[in-house]
Design a protein around this ligand. Sequence first.
Ligand code: AGP
Length: 608
Amino acid sequence: MCGIVGYVGDKIATPILIDGLKRLEYRGYDSAGVAIMNGTGVETRKAAGKIARLEAVIDAKPPVGTLGIGHTRWATHGPPTVGNAHPHVSTDRSIAVVHNGIIENATVLKAGLEARGFIFTSDTDTEVLAHLVEAAYAGNLEAAVIEALRQVDGTYGIAVISSNEPDKIVAARRGSPLLIGLGEGEYYIASDASAILAHTRNVVYLDDGDVAVITRDGYKVLDLNSIALDKPVSRIDWDLEQIERGGYQHFMLKEIFEQPTTVENTMRGRLILEEGFSKLGGLNISKEDLLKVDNIIITACGTSWHSALIGEMMIEELCRIPVEVEYASEFRYRNPIVTPTTLCIVISQSGETADTLAAMREAKRRGARTLGLVNVVGSTIAREDDGGIYLHAGPEIGVASTKAFSSQVIALALFTLKLARLRNLSVSQGRAIAQAMAKLPEQIQSILDRADEIEALAEEFKRATNFLYLGRGYNFPAALEGALKLKEISYIHAEGYPAAEMKHGPIALIDEMMPVVCIAPHDSVFEKITSNIQEVKARKGKIIAITTRDEPSLAGKLDYEFRIPETIDLLTPILASVPLQLLAYYIAVKRGCNVDQPRNLAKSVTVE
Ligand code: AGP
């Protein structure tokens, strides 16, 4: 996600900002920029791509000043171009803003500002903030920022400077972390401590609703009613690496624990609870054309192929449209049946997977309309599809996909809800689904709060040589995903199987040495999986059950049971996958594996 750095003191600001932005590179970004107060006004330098390109722009004409703000952008609205890079400036160029977060009501605010004569030059939601502050400015920058933020729905971490008050940086947060770094006669703003650890370990963490005003003489923190707040000073005792992982031992664990937030971010501004509907701005297809779709292909690889299988069941169950899920590597070389009323949904976290990109191009060549479910904004698949749903899950650094999977399933649920409510789904049915979706973040959190139970389970099974994962219905893909997580980071062989299918072969593998993970929520096929559990038990398999309630029929049959909250069938795979992500993670750690960069694997397979 985006990174923010600000400096005010007696040193030349630019090198301090650039060094700070480099410390934030791990967060993932695709453009960068700085705004410097140069004694006469605000001077900006911006570049698409990596910070080295920004440095080249700066070296060509270095802006000189001792106050400035910098930003690395992870695109959410608008591709990663120079024009969309931050800082964004007001129409009169007196004000510059950098922002981390999503302004949900940016479209409405932008229309109002344009009607008042403000001129926009980018595709971003952030630029709205620059013009809101300009419109509100009446001689006090923090008052103008507060007035602007009162109009904003969504999340922000921002830093603002103005040539009208050249010795001041105003910062504010709601949902995106920010802190103040305390130096000697100099002060910093940063998204996290890694950006300023070289200068100070004394920081003030801002909380949601806080507004900070910093100058070279000191700082103050206000609330949105301009009431001064007394904030404690904290001492950073982490090292740089720990900070980048947010204190977690690995990026994968951090990303597993981010899921309450990332699932919420995928739904943010898109789930309309009252109408049981979803609002998807990027589909780029009219209702009429969407209603003409009479067959859907979903193509992807790996974990994304697993979420595709869940999407297939959602769409067929609720939209009554036939869906085919295809491995992208197979689809691209088959002679698939594609018609002008085919919608090809393409799922890819990276947006760069070669097989998936090729499959999408093949589908387009054959006349299908394409819809990309992608996490990385501005990636190749996101640029070439006909329309898309960005996951907004933030950069996924760990090679094993976790938060992207849950966000993919959410994006598929949002799409299914939209299409089903255009077709046969009633408002009450839609509301029930929307309400269940809205509860997921807290339900995921309740699972994460019990991670120690899974760690203990991992201790029991870290020496296993084979695992079997069983699931039915919506949880068959969850079984596949659980098995993939384990094998790709712990190198233990693991297979996912439809529970009933286990009788047709894999049951021969089962003995007292074989752990069998059974995803057994109390859903529409629960009674069926209990018989599969009994078949495994009869052969002395070790049963690890993921359940949702006490089941007398399972009494005495489970060697280990992990309870997850109950939800509607189509969302159960999201909850069932969280303990399985943790199980794979802890087993791999206990086996001394390189969890974030497993052997032989790449985060994005950009070759055939
Ligand atoms: C998932 O844990 C794996 N790293 C891998 O299967 C991945 O899902 C697959 O390569 C597809 O990547 P994409 O979603 O970026 O296209």
